[in-house]
Design a binder for this molecule. Structure first.
Ligand SMILES: Nc1ncnc2c1ncn2[C@@H]1O[C@H](COP(=O)(O)OP(=O)(O)OP(=O)(O)O)[C@@H](O)[C@H]1O
Ligand SMILES: CC(C)(CO)[C@@H](O)C(=O)[O-]
Length: 261
């Protein structure tokens, strides 16, 4: 949803907040300069960028909302160092994300940031509305990485059918936010629109549907995310690595929102 200002823009949606998490470190001798949204937010709040290092275990631009995660981390760090309210810094992080076209709903989602995350109303934290649900430790996530994609290309690739189907899913989850409802409704949407097979090819997708421990799947950009029974995750990784030409990454649902330590 694009409003007349970044503050009036945002998105609704649903997804899973994942670990391993991005970290921004202050005054530690590490490598990895922050860039993008994080750098802009820190600089405009007078934080000495040369003292900030970024450690990001997930690749940028693949769909892991790394840009939004770095923006939220920067808001926490600037709040601590400069004594500014976190709420106003999160609004600023959202505004930079919208201006730079790197995210519409990521700052809102990650501001809650644990387990299953439902954005019920679009906008920055405080104006938008987000809800989170802890997920059981018995599930794990595997991500099949078919490649990167810019956020702008993603947004221009989504047709009317996507918006119609996804608003039905969100209406259902707004009534009942549960893992079961999420799994069932996002799988149905992805199957109906043929998203996993358009990313992986029909034959590879057919192979994926037989992976041990599969509970559900969904897509974002060129990622296909599999929800897997944790006890079977080793077998699932072996199976996928044997039969697919893509990187397979193990993730777990986040059990805590953003924090400073
Ligand atoms: N080292 C870095 N530190 C901070 N930001 C970075 C770094 N490298 C790249 N970026 C920023 O991240 C942006 C990528 O954001 P983009 O929204 O395309 O992907 P993403 O956040 O990883 O995935 P998603 O599709 O979930 O938003 C780049 O345009 C760049 O501005
Ligand atoms: C646009 C987007 C898919 C980029 O990660 C995300 O911000 C969202 O869902 O609004």
């Amino acid at each position: 949803m694009w409003g007349s200002t970044p503050r009036d823009s945002g998105s609704v949606g649903v997804g899973i907040a994942v670990e391993p998490r991005l970290e921004l470190c202050y005054d530690l001798k590490l490598s990895g300069e922050p860039a993008g949204t994080a750098a802009k937010l820190l600089e405009s709040n007078g934080v000495d960028l040369s003292k900030v290092k970024s450690s990001n275990p997930l690749p940028w631009s693949f769909g892991y909302a790394t840009s939004g995660a770095s923006a939220v981390a920067a808001a926490h760090l600037a709040s601590y160092l400069k004594g500014k309210s976190l709420g106003s810094l999160l609004v600023q992080a959202h505004e930079i994300e919208v201006q730079d076209r790197t995210g519409l709903g990521d700052v809102l989602a990650i501001s809650c940031g644990l387990g299953l995350v439902l954005r019920r109303r679009a906008g920055p934290p405080g104006i938008g509305q987000v809800d989170c649900l802890y997920l059981p430790r018995s599930i794990s996530l595997l991500s099949i990485e078919a490649g990167g994609m810019s956020t702008e290309s993603l947004l221009s690739s989504l047709g009317d059918d996507f918006y119609v189907e996804s608003s039905n899913v969100l209406r259902k989850l707004d009534e009942e936010l549960s893992l079961e409802a999420f799994i069932e409704s996002v799988r149905a949407l992805n199957d109906k629109l043929g998203l996993p097979s358009s990313i992986l090819g029909a034959q590879n997708f057919e192979y994926v549907t037989k992976v041990p421990g599969l509970l559900g799947y969904y897509t974002k950009k060129r990622l296909v995310i599999l929800i897997i029974e944790r006890d079977l995750v080793g077998d699932a990784v072996d199976y996928l690595r044997k039969g697919l030409p893509y990187d397979i990454r193990e993730l777990s649902p986040s059990e805590a929102g953003p924090y400073l330590r």
